[in-house]
Design a protein around this ligand. Sequence first.
Ligand SMILES: NC(=O)c1ccc[n+]([C@@H]2O[C@H](COP(=O)([O-])OP(=O)(O)OC[C@H]3O[C@@H](n4cnc5c(N)ncnc54)[C@H](O)[C@@H]3O)[C@@H](O)[C@H]2O)c1
Length: 262
Amino acid sequence: MTLDGQIFVVTGAASGIGAATAALLRARGAEVIGVDRNEAAEFPGRFVRADLSTAEGVAAAAEQVPAGISGLLNIAGVPGTAPWELVLSVNVFGVRDLSRALLPKIADGGVIVNLASNVANGWAARQEDLARFAGAADRQQALASVAGDPEVVGHSYRFSKECVRWLTLATAAENLGRVRVVSVSPGPVQTPILEDFKKDHGRDKVEGAVTLLGRAGRPEDIARAIGFLVDPQAAWLNGTDVCVDGGLSAHRTVSAAAPATV
Ligand SMILES: NC(=O)c1ccc[n+]([C@@H]2O[C@H](COP(=O)([O-])OP(=O)(O)OC[C@H]3O[C@@H](n4cnc5c(N)ncnc54)[C@H](O)[C@@H]3O)[C@@H](O)[C@H]2O)c1
């Protein structure tokens, strides 16, 4: 379906999944406002250079967005090879604070799509911790509160994406009937971040997954799912996650529960 006349803000638009999503939305007639800390070569729309790791950077980006947009796609993210405070600042507070800043500018019936990950599939087991951290009014205090927790500091990427899954539900629940909020959870996707994931999650694990599936995901695989989620045809999809990993999560769940069948 055409997206003529609609405006979408796409973060992480200079690379990988964000760049592929911006190109797909543009090809379907939408206007795209890209946001990234890095400059984008030949971006198909307006481009705002901003660092989403700080509250000031988020506010500066939000200021440049007009009212009446159709959606916000929170795609920018950093891998767990970065310092844990940065991972949580960009992947959790960047997503939360940009969503809060832009919600009043999203037209009724609009949508927010958050990039999560299938590494966050166990998020529901610690909803209370996620709600406390991702909902904290003071981000410095929130960071200080988890500084001694090896489950957070040692697995900052996973924790950050678990928070994204929680924020997706929480933001959807707060905006029922006005703005839909969904997340997308890829497995390994061939983008610059994949090499960092091999260092963070284990080279054998990531390369084994790619071998099992026959290939890594492509940025366009994820962009097409996002393209469906922003479409009015997805109007009843809200407050949930869409796993786009070629079946990797299915394989891992079944092999953990019934190893003899796979
Ligand atoms: N590639 C994968 O295997 C994979 C799997 C699961 C989830 N994801 C998620 O998908 C999203 C997109 O990742 P990608 O694979 O396209 O990686 P990528 O590295 O190609 O793109 C990430 C983009 O985010 C931008 N960014 C990072 N920090 C920023 C900041 N502080 N301010 C503004 N922009 C910032 C980067 O400059 C980059 O352009 C991320 O949230 C990532 O965690 C990726």
